[in-house]
Design a protein around this ligand. Structure first.
Ligand code: SF4
Length: 154
């Protein structure tokens, strides 16, 4: 299974030595529930089998290894995640784990565009600064606009 590798890798829940701490961007609702999550070296919520938060896992973490630019309405992939090639190939199959993940986070993004657009913008700013983002598809969460034909840039 595609994401089985995550429990072993755990790279995205750790900060490599020499890098600044990573503050996980939280939605307003998550902030009320979780306070804040700042990874100095290893996330406090990381267990041997991966994230221990279950259904309370922050949306930004669920979204990873994707990132979403709310202005361009584009999804990006963190090229440092070793699953990138397999994930992108998987998108060709609507029944794949990658397609299921993309559908799930697309639904989450659509909801947050209405309820917490500030989170989406802040999350993308952090992702842009921290990750090596590659645009994956011209996928849109809304109907096409004139902007969709323009060359995509971050
Ligand atoms: S909250 Fe969970 S998924 Fe997010 S960084 Fe921490 S351990 Fe990883």
């Amino acid at each position: 299974m595609l994401f089985d590798h995550c429990a072993e890798c755990q790279r995205c829940c750790n900060v490599e030595s020499g890098y600044p701490p990573l503050e996980i961007t939280l939605t307003q609702r998550e902030e009320k529930r979780l306070g804040s999550i700042c990874i100095q070296i290893k996330c406090d919520h990381l267990g041997n089998q991966g994230c221990t938060l279950g259904d309370d896992k922050p949306f930004g973490c669920t979204l990873y290894p994707l990132s979403y630019n709310p202005q361009k309405q584009n999804f990006y992939f963190d090229a440092d995640c070793p699953l990138m090639d397999v994930y992108i190939q998987g998108l060709a199959d609507s029944q794949s784990e990658a397609s299921a993940h993309l559908a799930k986070v697309t639904a989450g993004v659509a909801k947050l565009e209405k309820t917490d657009p500030v989170f989406l913008q802040q999350n993308f700013e952090v992702d842009k600064a921290y990750f090596d983002l590659k645009k994956i598809t011209p996928f849109k969460t809304k109907t096409k606009s004139k902007k969709s034909s323009q060359k995509a840039t971050l």
